[in-house]
Design a protein around this ligand. Structure first.
Ligand code: GDP
Ligand code: IMO
Ligand code: MG
Length: 435
């Protein structure tokens, strides 16, 4: 069981962190392959809450090899503070590795992200303002600064100068910002580089070695399929590819190394930031789900938009990622809501219907979910540890999803704690094969 990819199958915040934490127990390596500190992955262990933005979700196992892959954009300030926090909590992070080829988020990226959003006004994307987009832009423009550049002051200074030069005009409003002074920035990043140096490595060969030996590598995705820059609801997306195909690129392995692709989806839907959301519940029920589900961003604290489960988007995500199975999280949040609804097609203006996820932005922006009703349940399910123990209607809800998508349900989340998870036989098989 060498390569297992875990991706978000919706708009992010599906509970990937918890799933990766659970799989990490058996893994020989966990590697993040894209995104940056726009991600917020929450793990609840023994009542303690850990929130990771950059460090892979396997880090809580002492000494576990956890790599930040080449496809990730790293804000070294955020990473060092995450490392400090873990050290304070006495977590052994000796297994942390950071790809020398990962790109760095610089102060000007953060400022450009903010300025870009301000300029868009009403049309803004609602980014996390962490500098993700501008950093990936520089990577594509070949003006990026990489982790390895931190280790040579001369190169660092030259590259910062070259990267800032074309931005001179757009950065003019920030001319007096001390963070943007070439000398100050070089010095600050040199010091951060010094702190990160023990962890900087060539991470792809670590994955190759483990894969060659038949070990388990878990590829940890950030964000979600509908936020993918190619396959999501462009332009209301992030600037990387959260889909499974990107695991190869962002970690440096070939497609033949991937055996399993697990999608993670909530039992309903949420979205942070702007953009189409065909099953959005802009009412009291949506508010109630937000309250019970604790749907406030891990990174920015923003209230997440909530809605019914969107099976049109989820079936699309199943295709785009080639999902081999689905983990459904937060089923407990739906307890007491009766009846439940799920979208099985989209309705457009003038009676148009769409069975498949529409590629055209104008259609997508007006699409509303065509909802069907499914019976709810009222029993507390947080103590259930097998599908059979779930109320009949909860089982039917899961069966409906599985049939609609044509893939098995692997795990079911019934609460935030790490033990509040149902492992189906299919998931147990993977766990056993890896052990
Ligand atoms: P990620 O970005 O995909 O890792 O997800 P987040 O951590 O941003 O958001 C998921 C939230 O749901 C976190 O606060 C988790 O602790 C919580 N969570 C995960 N699984 C479950 C579940 O099955 N039930 C409940 N009630 N909460 C869950
Ligand atoms: P995890 O890994 C949910 C959203 C932002 C915004 C859009 C673009 O925790 O699931 P960006 O800062 O990336 O340029 O913002 O993407 N977004 C997320 N939404 N979960 C995330 O990560 C997200 N990362 C970015 O809200 O709409
Ligand atoms: Mg999150």
């Amino acid at each position: 069981m060498p390569g297992l990819v875990v991706v978000g199958a919706q708009w992010g915040d599906e509970g990937k962190g918890k799933v990766v934490d659970l799989l990490a127990e058996q893994a020989d390596l966990v590697v993040r392959f894209q995104g940056g500190n726009n991600a917020g992955h929450t793990i609840v262990r023994d009542g303690e809450v850990y929130k990771f933005h950059l460090v892979p979700s396997g880090i809580l196992y002492p000494g576990k090899l956890c790599a930040i892959g080449n496809g990730v954009v790293v804000d070294p300030k955020v990473l060092t503070s995450e490392i400090d926090d873990l050290r304070r909590r006495r977590i052994d992070i000796s297994g942390l590795r950071i790809s020398a080829n990962s790109h760095l988020i610089m102060p000007y990226h953060r400022l450009l992200d903010q300025a870009g959003e301000a300029k868009l006004g009403k049309l803004q994307i609602g980014t996390t303002r962490r500098g993700i987009g501008p950093c990936y832009s520089d990577k594509a423009a070949r003006l990026g600064i990489r982790m390895q550049d931190l280790l040579d002051e001369k190169i660092l200074r030259k590259k910062i100068y070259a990267a800032m030069e074309p931005k001179r005009l757009t950065l003019r409003p920030f001319a007096k910002d001390p963070e943007l002074d070439l000398h100050t920035m070089t010095e600050e990043y040199r010091i951060l580089g010094h702190r990160l140096e023990p962890y900087i490595a060539d991470t792809a060969p670590i994955a190759w070695r483990i894969l060659d030996e038949g070990g388990l590598v878990v590829f940890e995705g950030a964000q979600g399929t509908m936020l993918d820059i190619d396959h999501g609801t462009y332009p209301f997306v992030t600037s990387s590819n959260p889909v499974a195909g990107s695991a190869c690129v962002g970690a440096g392995v070939g497609p033949r190394s991937i055996d399993e692709v697990w999608g993670v989806a909530k039992a309903y839907a949420t979205r942070v930031g702007a953009g189409p959301f065909p099953t959005e519940l802009d009412d009291e029920l949506g508010e109630a789900i937000r309250g019970v589900g604790g749907e406030f961003g891990t990174t920015t604290g923003r209230a997440r938009r909530t809605g019914w489960l969107d099976l049109v988007a989820l079936r699309y995500a199943t295709r785009v990622n080639g999902l081999t199975g689905l983990v459904v999280t937060k089923l407990d949040v739906l307890t007491g809501i009766d009846p439940l609804h799920v979208a099985v097609r989209y309705l457009g203006p003038e009676g148009a219907t769409f069975e498949e996820f529409p590629y055209h932005q104008s259609i997508l922006h007006k699409a509303r979910g065509d909802l069907i009703e499914l019976p709810g349940w009222h029993e507390n399910i947080s103590g259930c540890r097998s599908i059979d123990e779930l109320p009949r209607n909860a089982q039917s809800y899961l069966e409906y999803i599985s049939d609609f998508l044509g893939i098995p349900i692997l795990m079911v989340g019934v609460g935030p704690g790490r033990d509040e998870m149902i492992w189906t036989r299919a998931a147990e098989r993977v766990r056993a094969a890896a052990a």
